[in-house]
Design a protein around this ligand. Structure first.
Ligand code: CP
Length: 317
């Protein structure tokens, strides 16, 4: 039994894409599609989560995820509280579950949690009362399920389907929760060829067991790709030097127009952000015609609306 699902198979928490059935992933993508036009309306709101209280608990920095969760919750008419961790009682040593219990006592219905420790969202989900849902907004190097979902939504929008694609994930897969969530989603949704490309020091040992092909050379790895996903070097999670220098890394693994030309001519370029221009990606590519990096951010709102609406038990625009 998947702890993220109720006994009748509905979404109860969203903690990881590992083990979530294809039907649930597809339902989230379809529901997000139905929310796409809400952002175009004069009144950008639907009443699905009216009266619900959603708490954003971001123990790690974020620009895109925190903001788009807030916008998504507001578009669903929920009341949103962004806990400022720096000025909260966490800074006085309060335990995370005490913080959660106190917010639950304020009648929280949902917690959106980002934390540097892998497993933090699972820990909270095991603790909360049955009526409270937990969404993992990124935990350590483990999972970032809504990023994985918005990436799948982006791929489906630009490529139409998953069954005929070759997708490459390039860079620091070792420290990337995003890459893990993407790999689970891509393989579950039926992408026949998922590649990871990077230096040996930045690919996890045994990553092939996740159903991916491993490349250490950009020319071979990018050949014939439909989708190229670039990852940031996650220096904050690295222990010790894994690379000679950022310049050396860019030379071999940075996505330049010349390297992108090795993929299919209509390949799209994605990046979860934040980007480090000149380290993993050249500005000419990041801002070029094949880049869908900013649409990814926009789609994140509809995808997060879909997740929150499904967790709350209602899901139509
Ligand atoms: N992609 C992503 O998680 O970005 P933020 O860290 O800005 O939320």
């Amino acid at each position: 039994m998947n702890p993220q699902l109720t006994q009748d198979g509905r979404l109860r928490h969203l903690l990881t894409l590992d083990g979530l059935p294809r039907a649930i992933l597809t339902q989230i993508l379809d529901t997000a599609e139905s929310f796409m036009d809400v952002g175009e309306r004069e009144v950008k709101k639907v009443p699905l989560l009216r009266g619900k209280s959603i708490f954003n608990l971001f123990f790690e920095p974020s620009t895109r995820t925190r903001t788009t969760f807030e916008i998504a919750a507001k578009r669903l008419s929920a009341d949103v509280v962004n806990l400022n961790i720096a000025t909260s009682s966490q800074s006085k040593g309060e335990a995370i579950l005490d913080t959660v219990d106190n917010l639950a006592a304020m009648h929280a219905d949902m917690f959106v949690v980002r934390h540097s420790q892998s497993g933090a969202a699972h820990f909270i989900a095991r603790h909360v009362a049955p009526h409270i849902s937990v969404v993992n907004a990124g935990d350590g190097r483990h999972a970032h399920p809504t990023q994985g979902l918005l990436d799948m939504f982006t791929i489906r929008r630009y490529k139409g389907a998953f069954h005929n694609l070759t997708v490459a994930i390039v860079g620091d897969v070792l420290h990337s929760r995003v890459a893990r969530s993407q790999i689970h989603a891509l393989t579950t949704l039926g992408v026949p060829e998922v590649r990871v490309i990077g230096p040996k020091t930045l690919l996890p040992a045994g990553v092939e067991q996740m159903g991916v092909k491993v490349y250490h050379d950009m020319a071979a790895g990018l050949a014939g790709c439909d989708v190229v996903i670039m990852l940031r070097l996650q220096n904050e999670r690295m222990r010790g030097a894994r690379l000679p220098s950022a310049q050396e890394y860019f030379k071999f693994f940075g996505l330049t127009p010349e390297k992108l030309a090795l993929a299919k001519p209509d390949a799209i370029v994605m990046h979860p952000g934040p980007m480090n221009r000149g380290v993993e990606i050249d500005s000419e590519v990041a801002d070029g015609p094949q880049s869908v990096i900013l649409p990814q951010v926009t789609y994140g709102i509809a995808v997060r609306m879909a997740v929150m609406a499904m967790l709350a038990g209602g899901a139509t625009a």
